[in-house]
Design a protein around this ligand. Structure first.
Ligand SMILES: Cc1cc2nc3c(=O)[nH]c(=O)nc-3n(C[C@H](O)[C@H](O)[C@H](O)COP(=O)(O)OP(=O)(O)OC[C@H]3O[C@@H](n4cnc5c(N)ncnc54)[C@H](O)[C@@H]3O)c2cc1C
Length: 478
């Protein structure tokens, strides 16, 4: 109990027995599978940082709930300072792992539930807030990682949940029992579900009368009976299994599709069940929190790209190329604008009736739109600076080959004095940063597709106030 060390976190996953498949085969050694382990190592960095003197003050804080020090990834924000810290921790972590650390989504769910369960109880006299607070205590006391089970597979996008031919296209309650509920469905793109102790489910969209079975939120252990993790492909995944040419030597990301094949949830783990009008609130709060998390994280990832570009300038002998300097500046201002927008979303946050703080949704969504466009621009700038070997570098195995190794090394030489091996490593990192599909596609779709950000921005912006200001300036009487 209490804060886990990195090793304790990894051992705690070893004790779990989730059902998982990858590339058509059942995986039983989750923690020792190289592909999954690289993802687990990314999440493990959130535990490691809590142990390191340099970062402890940022990552560890006191929980008013259990009166003990906890990792920030288990703490719903109780102040503006907590909202700001979310952004800063995510930037530091992205700098350290160069990919997604996968623990922010769980915190985004905890933060959402700390607000929404209270509001539902106020209207209906339900006991969701107590259920949630007991769950939160358990998460904090054991320093657990949560996964966000939000995105349903959704079937035909033109139809709502109950109008689908197959009613399981959105996760739903299929049985209500005295001791709990049974749920069926599938959640897509479940970042780090096998690096998590708990799967936290919330609805994926607004729901209407008649959709009661779909208005469900709960938490179950990642190895609950009936849960099946089907690990998705990513562009560089075989290299991790192969142990060669991985680019980022320690860390990676994977996103399973998670099938809920009639999973039992006890009532004390249920956080919403049937109150349809609150589904929108759950998903909007989650998405907004998550879009803020993204901004911190992705500004940190641009930092990694900047470091890679600057190092390859040294290795290639282009440090004096003035257009490279300009391009680095263009990368820096993109990272800082993203970071600044998320910090602003935090500073403009407000306390909610439950006492938990919520960010400014317009600013958080504006930052995500910026990310969706500007991350690809940052990648383009990095690739421009680095050169074509981001695309088609010879393998490390060619360097080891007794017949061609020396020749390949000879022609991989860059600036004088730079070992060719280092230049090769840096090109590989650039390739990973630019082409790891499991991470870069999240710049666009993670936390909802761009149109969802735009809709939220328009809905949450005070349009009338802007019109009033224009009328006043134009001299139009109210
Ligand atoms: C790398 C990655 C990691 C992710 N991690 C997680 C995670 O940990 N947990 C989680 O729950 N989710 C996660 N997501 C899921 C993410 O939130 C979704 O990808 C996103 O919400 C879009 O949903 P979709 O992929 O089903 O695409 P779709 O919803 O099919 O959207 C595709 C396009 O169609 C448009 N569209 C869809 N429906 C309509 C409609 N009815 N009318 C008009 N236009 C429509 C969209 O605007 C978009 O342009 C992750 C996604 C990625 C890519």
């Amino acid at each position: 109990m209490g804060l886990k060390t990195k090793e304790e976190y990894i051992e705690s996953l070893r004790e779990m027995k989730p059902t998982a498949y990858m590339f058509g085969e059942k995986v039983t050694d989750i923690v020792d599978n190289p592909r999954l382990r690289a993802g687990i190592e990314s999440t493990a960095a959130t535990y490691e940082l809590a142990e390191l003197e340099e970062y402890r003050d940022l990552v560890v804080t006191q929980s008013p709930l259990i009166n003990e020090p906890v990792n920030r990834f288990t703490l719903p924000p109780a102040s503006i300072e907590d909202l700001v810290a979310r952004v800063k921790v995510n930037r530091v972590l992205a700098n350290r792992v160069g990919t997604c650390h996968q623990r922010c989504t769980g915190l985004d769910c905890l933060s959402t539930l700390a607000i929404c369960t209270y509001d539902v109880d106020q209207k209906y006299g339900t006991g969701y807030y107590d259920n949630f607070m007991n769950f939160l205590k358990y998460v904090q006391k054991n320093d657990l990682t949560g996964n966000a089970g939000v995105t349903d597979v959704k079937g035909d996008r033109s139809l709502g949940p109950k109008d689908q031919d197959d009613k399981d296209m959105y996760l739903r309650v299929v049985e209500r029992r005295d001791d709990g509920i049974v749920v069926r469905g599938a959640k897509a793109h479940q970042t780090g579900s096998l690096s998590s102790h708990e799967i936290i489910v919330i609805p994926t969209r607004a729901l209407r009368k008649g959709d009661e079975d779909y208005a469900v939120s709960f938490a179950v252990p990642a190895d609950a009976p009936g849960l099946i993790h089907v690990v998705g492909r990513s562009t560089l995944d075989m290299r991790e299994l192969d142990g060669c040419d991985v680019g980022n030597v320690r860390y990676s990301k994977y996103c399973p599709t998670l099938i809920f094949n009639d999973v039992f949830v006890p009532w004390d783990r249920v956080f919403l069940c049937g109150e349809v009008e609150f589904a929108a609130d759950y998903v909007v709060k989650f998405s907004s929190f998550h879009r803020q998390s993204h901004g911190g994280c992705k500004s940190g990832k641009i930092d990694c790209m900047i470091g890679t570009a600057l190092t390859l300038m040294e290795y290639n002998g282009t440090t004096r190329a003035s257009h490279h300097k300009q391009k680095v500046i263009d990368m820096i201002h993109r990272a800082e604008t993203l970071y600044g927008c998320c910090l602003a979303a935090s500073y403009e946050g407000k306390e909610q009736p439950s006492g938990t703080f919520f960010i400014d949704t317009v600013l958080a969504n504006a930052s995500k739109i910026h990310e969706g466009k500007e991350m690809s621009e940052a990648i383009r700038l990095m690739v421009d600076i680095c050169g074509g070997y981001v695309a088609d570098l010879p393998s490390d195995r060619d360097l080891e080959n007794p017949e061609i190794g020396d020749l390949v090394r000879k022609y991989m030489k860059g600036a004088n004095g730079v070992p060719p091996e280092n230049r090769i490593k840096m090109f590989r990192l650039a390739e990973k940063l630019a082409l790891e599909s499991a991470d870069i596609i999240s710049d666009i779709h993670g936390g909802g597709s761009p149109e969802a950000h735009r809709v939220t921005i328009f809905r949450e912006t005070d349009i009338e106030n802007k019109k009033r200001a224009a009328r006043r300036l134009a001299g139009i009487e109210e």
